[in-house]
Design a protein around this ligand. Structure first.
Ligand code: ATP
Ligand code: MG
Length: 268
């Protein structure tokens, strides 16, 4: 089912949406029942504008799991995206309260998880960016590479979407991409939370995959299996390299540049 849209009322940020879809999205939320709609909902179909749509899934991916892949797959299929870029965060400032695994390890696990799907690509746009991983910078970087002739869709779970007002330069996000809020077990996005967002949002209800990277790290630290939660190739990599035995992946050799040229432990 393609999403439908409902009116949300004018927003001070509406004028920032530049692309064709953005023009149509001013002051609206696209919704396919993932999110409670106000009783006055005025739903219309999302028309095909003929412009190439590219999805971006940002994340720490520590490690990548089947919930990330389900979110990307659903967005790809239901929004008619040409591809989905997986963009690991180089310096995830929101996770500064815990040790985050080496970016090269996280990139390698993403690569292994997506290698069988030609519509999925690993993007180093954020890894190559110095300083904190801010979505606004990542999207600007992608816009710089891809040009204005594409529509960007930033895919995120509703837990992440809810936090957008606190993101760095949140007001600058709307002109860069449309945001896709996928449902996530245990998290929700209600009407007031949507109204507080400075961006247009496409809401996708997806089959729930009840897994988080935190849960994966905890299971590994407890010696439990990740079968069914993480792609087998990633499980093999984790076990082969003894990652997350203390709840965190070991750092890789420091001889490779921070450009996504991933060097496995013991490899040159
Ligand atoms: P952690 O537990 O370390 O926070 P995580 O599982 O939330 O990890 P992230 O890398 O933080 O994974 O998430 C990247 C993006 O993927 C976020 O937008 C998040 O909401 C989304 N996401 C993660 N897991 C799921 C899931 N099971 N279903 C839907 N979306 C998800
Ligand atoms: Mg998270």
């Amino acid at each position: 089912m393609m999403p439908t849209e409902r009116h949300k009322g004018p927003s001070p940020h509406d004028a920032a949406l530049p692309n064709a879809l953005g023009e149509r999205l001013r002051g609206t939320v696209l919704c396919d029942a993932a999110v409670p709609a106000p009783s006055s909902a005025n739903r219309v179909g999302l028309a095909d504008t003929g412009v190439e749509r590219i999805g971006v899934l940002g994340g720490t991916f520590d490690p990548i799991h089947n919930g990330h892949l389900a979110a990307a797959n659903e967005a790809l299929r239901r929004l008619g995206l040409a591809k989905v870029l997986f963009a690991p965060a180089g310096n995830p400032w929101q996770k500064s309260n815990r040790r985050v695994s080496d970016v090269k390890l996280r990139c390698e696990m993403v690569r292994l998880a997506i290698e069988s799907n030609p519509a999925f690509e690993l993007s180093f746009v954020d890894v190559e960016h110095a300083g904190n991983s801010y979505t606004v910078d990542m999207l600007r970087g992608l816009r710089g590479c891809l040009g204005k002739a594409v529509e960007l869709y930033f895919i995120a779970g509703v837990d992440a979407i809810r936090g957008i007002p606190s993101w760095h330069n949140a007001a600058g996000l709307a002109e860069l991409a449309t945001f896709v809020a996928v449902t996530r077990p245990g998290s929700y996005l209600d009407g007031p939370a949507i109204d507080a967002l400075p961006v247009a949002v496409v809401c996708l209800e997806i089959p729930g995959v009840d897994v988080s990277s935190t849960q994966c790290r905890e299971r590994l630290a407890a010696g439990l299996s990740l079968k069914g939660l993480v792609p087998q190739g990633v499980i093999d990599f984790i076990l082969e390299h003894g990652l997350y035995r203390d709840g965190r992946a070991e750092p890789l050799a420091r001889d490779s540049a921070n450009t996504g040229q991933v060097t496995r432990q013991g490899e040159k």
